[in-house]
Design a protein around this ligand. Sequence first.
Ligand code: SAM
Length: 292
Amino acid sequence: MSDEALEPQGESIATGILYLVATPIGNLEDITLRALRILKEVDLVAAEDTRHSRKLFSHFGISTPLTSYHRHIEAGKGEKIIESLLQGKSVALISDAGMPAIADPGYRLVCRCLEEGVRVMAIPGPSAVITALSVSGLSTDRFAFEGFLPAKSHGRCELLASLKGENRTLIFYEAPHRLLASLQDMVAVCGATREVAVARELTKVHEEVFRGSLSAAVDHFSQSRVRGEIVVMLGPAVEEKPTETVREALERLHKETRLSRREIVKRVARDFGLPGSEVYRQSLELSAEEEP
Ligand code: SAM
């Protein structure tokens, strides 16, 4: 990092810019100096829940006008915000917690701004997804954020089945009342031993990070009613290495089962991910060697 990058940039609020301002995901001390200054200096702050954001404002002595921007009113309200920006007003967008536009309606406003040629600037800070991943103990080299899991079991299982073999860490946002059902679906689709981490109430008084197998997680979260905000992270799929060779598998199945050669070849080819013709060739070789 260059020395210049460590110095305050001394920017002044520019007109006609949408600032995406990160706010704390729990602990109010996790707000940046820059975020506080921008929130104080812009003409308008658009918030997911103005009642929630008023608490943040009163804590930090911010008196900038607040307007609401949430998923139920996003279309109409978005256009009013765009109008203000096009008239040269500066607007900050905040969500209830964390980085706006990540799994919340802010994304739509960002797209509309870009369509209208309005500049969008991020004022970075906490985000639940990155905070959770950092303490998960799961691989952080490669990960995929999947947003909120589908609310119904059928949709959830379908999605999980499509992601089952993923070799990156998978990250989901989840509601507390659905956590247990989701973990149970994960056991059904991905197996009881798959690694999982569940981060709950991060940066808050009752912060908890569970790390273990999916079956242990089901056990743990069955003990009492789950509360608070939650991020679930599934460890990468572990490739199961066959413990025997193709020849050993063929020999064992010939000895232990009454399956026909054709069925044995089919099963071994599937288990080893090999073409049937290759396994058939080895099976013939084996029989020839065994003949007296
Ligand atoms: N835009 C925000 C972000 O990622 O920074 C997230 C918005 S999303 C609507 C809210 C979800 O983030 C919650 O339902 C929960 O899954 C997760 N979340 C927010 N705060 C959290 C916290 N303190 N601990 C764990 N998860 C949290």
